[in-house]
Design a protein around this ligand. Structure first.
Ligand code: TMP
Length: 216
């Protein structure tokens, strides 16, 4: 029986997810609601080890199917060792990326197909679908300019993909949000960080009947 709630943040490169997840965690802490933040790929010892394999190196380092399985393996470790125990413990889990990223990056943009991924998802991750997903949407040119500035060369394997890949990520995410309106809320991530945070707080409050105040 799972008690906590599971919120994920999704989006393309440079959407501001890590800034926003920190602000959201601050808002939960200010309301004395027990929440943890985590990320994918990563979040657990095994997940972080796999992260190193998938975010660095040349763009063609992995066959897209192998890559999909690596993300799913990292997710299984993360889910079993961190997410499920936290939810069972009544904690809210705020996670930077989850299965939607595999569905869009590998399933759609890298064209490995979504049916077999969905099948695997259902078999491995049944009952742990996010309660709410916040899609931080912005044009790839804006997001990639932000990541360029950040200059995290060691983890730039996906950023190096050509612009058409990033455009197909954006279109894929927007379409997924359109067909999954009960779970996915789209937020305009071109706004400044405080405005994006305010929109996220509104969405979380509305979805769960909370009265969180924006972190300042
Ligand atoms: P991050 O930069 O948001 O930490 O994510 C690392 C990269 O991994 C990012 O470029 C997106 C990519 N990714 C996938 O391609 N598939 C996945 O399932 C996940 C979780 C991330």
């Amino acid at each position: 029986m799972l008690n906590g709630r599971f919120i994920t943040l999704e989006g393309g490169e440079g959407a501001g997810k890590s800034t926003q997840i920190k602000l959201l965690a601050q808002a939960f802490a200010a309301a004395s609601i027990n929440a943890i933040t985590t990320r994918e790929p990563g979040g657990s010892a095994g997940g972080e080890a796999i992260r190193n394999l998938v975010v660095s190196g040349t763009t063609d380092r992995w066959n897209p199917t192998t890559e999909s399985l690596l993300f799913m393996a990292a997710r299984f470790d993360h889910l079993e060792t961190k997410i499920k125990p936290a939810l069972a413990n009544g904690q809210w889990v705020l996670c930077d990326r989850f299965y939607d990223s595999t569905y869009i990056y590998q399933g759609i943009a890298k064209n490995v197909g979504t049916d077999w991924l969905d099948q695997l998802y259902r078999q491995l991750f049944a009952n742990t679908a996010p309660d709410l997903t916040l899609l931080l949407d912005l044009p790839p040119s804006v997001g990639l300019a932000r990541t360029d500035k950040r200059g995290n060369v060691a983890e730039s394997r996906f950023e190096q993909m050509d612009i058409s890949f990033h455009e197909s990520l954006r279109a894929g995410f927007l379409n997924l949000a359109k067909v999954t309106p009960a779970r996915i809320q789209t937020v305009d991530a071109t706004q400044d960080a405080a405005s994006v945070h305010a929109a996220i707080i509104d969405a979380v409050n509305a979805r769960f009947g909370l009265a969180l105040k924006p972190a300042s």
